[in-house]
Design a protein around this ligand. Structure first.
Ligand code: BV8
Length: 235
């Protein structure tokens, strides 16, 4: 890890799995319980808003019952102690990175604890249910939706992410299947920038072959070990 100055980290559902949050594609995972088209697309929301609002209410409620795991805490330690630049991008809509101590988290697919008003477009922190159609605090319309990026919608802060990848020395992908774009393409952006690429995942992802190095096992073990390595070679 010598000479590493700028790290971009991408996390997916696998980093929260050991905290007890369902991933999307494992057996019994979120997408097996619901069809993606029904709960994670604007068309599905238009077709059956109650189903979608209830799906996200259930996931938001589940958050209160889980805790960050050693992988989240290791990334918070890295943020605090790594002397170079670190950008943590997550595809996850849970708040476990923040509760694990990370201060700067870029939620490219939005957050369960944020609401978006379909009428006035304002985004705001929101921790309660939406099935009961709470009124937007800005325009008073009962049109709050989960502030998450559905399929066909533009992920947040893509400009900022591509800029960071273009100057990165190291790109690390943690706990993601590499099934969804544009996140699944970040490894190629990093390689084009000449960065080192490392995958930490339970098993090879769909994009494993793009990574210079892949380590397979639970994030709760791999991430603290890797963070320690980075800090040892840097300090
Ligand atoms: C867009 C938020 C354009 C909501 C999510 C054809 C080709 C290429 C692209 C497309 C295409 N057709 C359509 C597209 C675009 C589409 C896409 O990529 N589709 C795929 C299915 C082909 N993408 C989009 O629509 C994106 N938007 O492209 O916009 C655009 C352009 C201009 C103008 C407007 C728009 C938006 C995609 C975002 C969708 N929202 N989530 C919510 O959370 O409910 S997606 C969701 O699934 C996640 O956010 C994540 O991104 C994605 C994948 O999930 P993972 O996090 O990887 O989880 P998964 O279960 O899949 O894998 C878990 C991994 O962890 C596994 O590998 C497992 O082995 C590992 N693991 C398990 N346990 C552990 C572990 N690892 C370590 N330790 C453990 N203990």
């Amino acid at each position: 890890m010598a000479g590493i100055e700028r790290i971009v980290i991408l996390t997916g559902a696998g980093i929260s799995a050991e905290s007890g949050i369902d991933t999307f594609r494992s057996a019994g995972g979120l997408w097996e319980q619901h069809r993606v088209e029904d709960v994670a697309t604007p068309e599905g929301f238009a077709r059956n808003p109650d189903l979608v609002l209830g799906f996200y209410d259930m996931r938001r409620e589940a958050l209160a019952k889980v805790e960050p795991n050693p992988a989240h805490r290791a990334l918070a330690r890295l943020e605090a102690e790594f002397p170079g630049e670190l950008l943590l991008v997550t595809q996850n809509v849970d708040d476990l990175h923040e509760r694990g101590g990370s201060k700067q988290v870029l939620h490219m697919h939005g957050e369960l604890k944020s609401a978006l008003c379909s009428s006035c477009g304002v985004r705001m922190p929101h921790d309660g249910p939406m099935l009961d159609r709470p009124k937007c605090p800005t325009c008073a319309m009962p049109s709050l939706r989960p502030d998450v990026v559905w399929f066909g919608e533009m992920p947040y802060q893509m400009e900022r992410i591509y800029k960071a990848l273009a100057v990165s020395d190291l790109f690390v992908s943690i706990g993601t299947s590499g099934a969804v774009y544009p996140a699944a393409g970040f490894v190629q952006e990093a390689r084009a920038a000449g960065a080192e690429t490392l995958e930490l995942n339970l098993e090879p992802s769909e994009g494993s072959h793009f990574f210079a190095e892949s380590r397979h096992g639970p994030a709760g073990e791999l991430v603290p070990q890797w963070a320690e390595e980075v800090l040892q070679t840097r300090l």
